[in-house]
Design a protein around this ligand. Structure first.
Ligand SMILES: Cc1ncc(C[n+]2csc(CCOP(=O)(O)OP(=O)(O)O)c2C)c(N)n1
Length: 512
């Protein structure tokens, strides 16, 4: 057994059976080992940003890490933005980065780069393998690191000779530390804050936004009068009929400040302290009201659902029925607007759908409008690096077979990683991509005003995607994905319903 074979066997033994990949020369032995050892599903992405974003979406749905395969420092560098997004989502992932053979590195061949350095900025764990005999053990440690709460990205750099040399040994699966409980003192402190009856919000993130977490939070809110809110972006939120509805902190600074204005206490439950995305002249960096106090129920590595259950006990909060979301709406008619698009989504989302959302400005208000949809999960790009949506949808479809993925997708962001469509076609993934073709970087038009810049023609041209217009239907078809455009709600509803009836990917371009 060579090092590469021991590595593949170690990944399989550690519960990793899916590898998103874009290989090169230094990974050929790893690729050959994938052939010889059955059990690993390999998914090719035609750009490393697709590979890393897909691994992010996969892990969020499958609940276990995927492996990735990248080629040398530059291949890893192409993956960085979506690795950054994955890191912000606390996604579990094991990157294998092939690299120059140990003895070839000193010759400084063209692809030689600071692979470790580039890996460090996006990884919670980094190691360069030194021999075929130890690479299996290295991989076992990488898996352990990735799976340890709150979850991280582990990057194992694989010099080519550690892959092709004989003498590999399979690394035994290593134990993952159990998730820690919230500190009893934190539970009592938060209970004391809630008993005061002052305006308080429970800010939910991480696992607190799954169905059980939301129900436990609602139980506390119902008993104490506290409000519930979710972070601006969430890795995965359970939504729709039968689920507790919570809205998110809005993106625009003034709206975020307004949303938090009334709260004297903000209790973090699996969430980070809220922050405004950017600095704006004369505006605050935090949306918290002046004098508001932050309290921590759980740190990221702790289980927020268990903490909420203990908090409910501490408060003697009785079980509270989930508020009725109201009837599922009919598909909207007439002009496409954010509201009518949300209504149509709410009408047609199938039960168990997964929404991979990178709708940027168009979808800002989608949450209230999709409240009464069938039960579904909603995934968002977590690190603010655009181009996460199509890959995330692709990986989510691999990680949740049998569930339709709807990628609600802004046009400018889509162009970063559109080749994810090709992977969707090749793997026959059940993804419906809905492009909001507003033909501009709409968000940046607002940001120009917010930062106080005075735009001229050149600045405005930088935000215009309409010259030339992007032909979404041709772009999709060119990658093997059927597609059609719509200009009205009726057209959208027809296409969406048709896409749900068929197997495989479909793209709908909405002229908005
Ligand atoms: C990797 C990366 N590059 C650039 C940006 C800056 N940026 C933020 S939003 C945006 C444009 C988004 O346009 P689009 O996806 O069309 O959405 P819209 O604003 O029109 O709703 C850009 C370029 C970013 N956030 N991340």
């Amino acid at each position: 057994m060579n090092g590469a074979e021991s590595l593949v066997s170690t990944l399989l033994a550690g519960g990793i059976d899916t590898c998103f990949a874009n290989p090169g020369t230094s990974e050929m032995h790893f690729v050959a080992a994938l052939d010889r050892i059955p059990g690993m599903r390999c998914v090719l992405g035609l750009f490393e940003g697709v590979v890393s974003g897909a691994a992010d979406g996969y892990a969020r749905m499958a609940g276990r890490p995927a492996a990735t395969l990248f080629h040398c420092g530059p291949g890893l560098a192409n993956a960085l933005a979506n690795l950054h997004n994955g890191r912000r989502a606390s996604t579990r992932m094991v990157n294998i980065v092939g690299d120059q053979a140990t003895y070839h590195r000193p010759l400084d061949a063209p692809l030689t780069a600071d692979t470790e350095g580039w890996a460090r900025g996006v990884s919670g764990w980094v190691r360069t393998a030194t021999s075929a005999a130890t690479v299996g053990r290295d991989a076992a440690v990488a898996i352990q690191a990735a799976r340890t709460e709150p979850g991280t990205i582990a990057t194992l750099i694989l010099p080519a000779d550690t892959a092709w040399t004989e003498g590999g040994e399979i690394g035994a699966k290593l134990p993952v530390p159990a998730r820690t409980e919230a500190d009893p003192l934190a539970v009592r402190n938060v209970a004391a804050v809630l008993r005061r009856g002052e305006p308080t919000v429970l800010l939910l993130g991480g696992d607190a936004t799954d169905a059980a977490g939301l129900e436990a939070a609602h139980r506390i809110a119902a008993a104490t009068g506290a409000s519930l809110m979710a972070m601006g972006s969430n890795a995965r939120m359970a939504r729709g009929q039968g689920r507790v509805f919570v809205n998110r902190i809005p993106y625009p600074v003034d709206q975020a400040v307004q949303a938090m204005a009334g709260f004297r206490h903000v209790i973090l439950v699996g969430a980070r302290a809220p922050v405004i995305f950017f600095a704006y002249p004369g505006k605050p960096g935090s949306p918290l009201a002046p004098g508001a106090e932050l309290h921590v129920l759980t740190r990221p590595e702790q289980d927020p659902r268990a903490a909420l259950a203990r908090l409910a006990e501490e408060l003697g909060a009785p079980r509270a029925p989930v508020p009725d979301a109201g009837p599922r709406p009919e598909p909207a008619r007439g002009a496409l607007t954010p509201e009518t698009v949300a209504q149509t989504l709410a009408a047609l989302l199938p039960e168990g759908a997964v929404v991979a959302d990178e709708s940027i400005t168009y979808g800002r208000g989608f949450f209230p409008g999709t409240r009464a949809a069938a039960p579904h999960d909603w995934l968002q790009v977590m690190g603010g690096a655009i181009g996460g949506g199509p890959p995330m949808a692709t990986g989510a479809a691999v990680g949740a077979p049998g569930r339709r993925v709807i990628n609600t997708q802004a046009d400018g962001s889509a162009m970063y990683t559109l080749q994810a469509l090709w992977t969707q076609a090749r793997e026959r993934l059940d993804v419906t991509t809905v492009i909001f073709a507003n033909r501009k970087y709409q968000i940046l038009l607002g940001e120009l005003a917010n930062v106080g810049a005075n735009p001229g023609r050149t600045a405005l041209d930088m935000l215009d995607l309409g010259n030339p217009d992007l032909d979404w239907v041709s772009l999709a078809r060119g990658m093997g994905v059927e597609a059609a455009g719509a200009e009205s709600c009726e057209g959208f509803a027809d296409l969406l319903a048709a896409s749900l009836r068929r197997k495989g990917p479909f793209l709908i371009a909405l002229a908005v």
